[in-house]
Design a protein. Structure first.
Length: 286
């Protein structure tokens, strides 16, 4: 079935969607994006994604083409037109088409390009991987210095994912100056006893919307949270590990660079946090 995608105000069949070859998103990765999960036809943590989108745009001196209410209406229309029960809505805003290739930003009268599409993932919250956990490998983090901005420059994370696949693993944790930054498309955590350890927010990592929610729920459940750096060595000796992202929710990690955690089995803390996260987020979905 052909999807309906959104391009600059129009809902069109995907085969009819057109973007200029001069679009700065295409030529220079000059664009930002958001991915919002859909469960039972409703948007998960939409407010968080809208807020981060506004921040990413502002950090790149791009205007936000829509109000939060308009973004919500467009997202809902996309879910409805594509009959999405479980899945996600992908949104991208680029600096648009200045009509030529030039390193300097175009004047503000060049309209941004706005694209949305959906991906249907029936049973998204019942992923079998959540029962068995992910294996991760480590790779050096050689990305740029503004990882807090959610740009479409995803080549290195994509290379990391491929390195993981080639090694028979599910994902790669990136390491800089000896410490784990984050996964290729998720935030990374280790668990020691009742304590959850994750890197503090800075320009070094993306400020995960799922991270914020999970840490809030963990605190409410009387778990201790320590926001600090950790090494692969410390992670391999931890009781448990997990990752969070808008589309994987809370995903247990059972192996890091070949070392099994919790006997290679999914641990109780990650399991509980996944349950709480899904329950609370389903309740608050809009
Ligand atoms: N870090 C990176 C590098 C990511 O790409 C993502 C997912 N976009 C995350 C963390 C998790 O962020 P979120 O919980 O908002 O999906």
């Amino acid at each position: 079935m052909s999807r309906t995608v959104y391009v600059n105000g129009d809902y069109v069949p995907e085969a009819e969607a057109k973007i200029s070859v001069f679009d700065r998103g295409f030529l220079m990765a000059d664009g930002v994006y958001e991915v919002t999960s859909v469960l039972d036809g409703k948007l998960i943590d939409f407010g968080g994604h809208c807020k981060r989108l506004a921040r990413s745009l502002s950090e790149l001196a791009m205007q936000n083409p829509h109000s939060d209410e308009e973004w919500l209406a467009i997202h809902r229309e996309m879910v409805a037109r594509n009959d999405i029960v479980d899945g996600m809505v992908y949104l991208q805003v680029t600096r648009g088409n200045p009509g030529d290739r030039d390193f300097a930003y175009p004047a503000n009268d060049v309209a941004p390009t706005v694209v949305l599409f959906t991906q249907s993932k029936p049973g998204l919250a019942e992923s079998p991987a959540a029962k068995t956990g992910w294996k991760v490998i480590s790779v050096p983090d050689i990305r740029w210095g503004r990882r807090d901005i959610k740009t479409v420059q995803l080549l290195y994370p994509s290379m990391g994912k491929m390195a993981a696949k080639q090694a028979g693993a599910d994902d790669a944790w990136m390491v800089e100056d000896g410490f784990v930054t984050e996964g290729t498309s998720n935030n990374a955590y280790i668990v020691k006893g009742n304590k959850i350890i994750t890197r503090a927010l800075s320009n070094d990592i993306l400020h995960g919307i799922t991270r914020a929610a999970v840490l809030r729920f963990a605190a409410e459940a009387q778990m201790e949270i320590e926001e600090r750096n950790f090494t692969i060595d410390e992670a391999q000796k931890a009781d448990e590990a997990f990752i969070t992202s808008a589309s994987a929710f809370v995903m247990p990690v059972v192996e890091i660079d070949g070392a099994a955690l919790n006997g290679g089995k999914v641990g109780p803390v990650a399991t509980r946090l996944r349950e709480i996260y899904l329950e609370e987020m389903r309740k608050a979905a809009i």
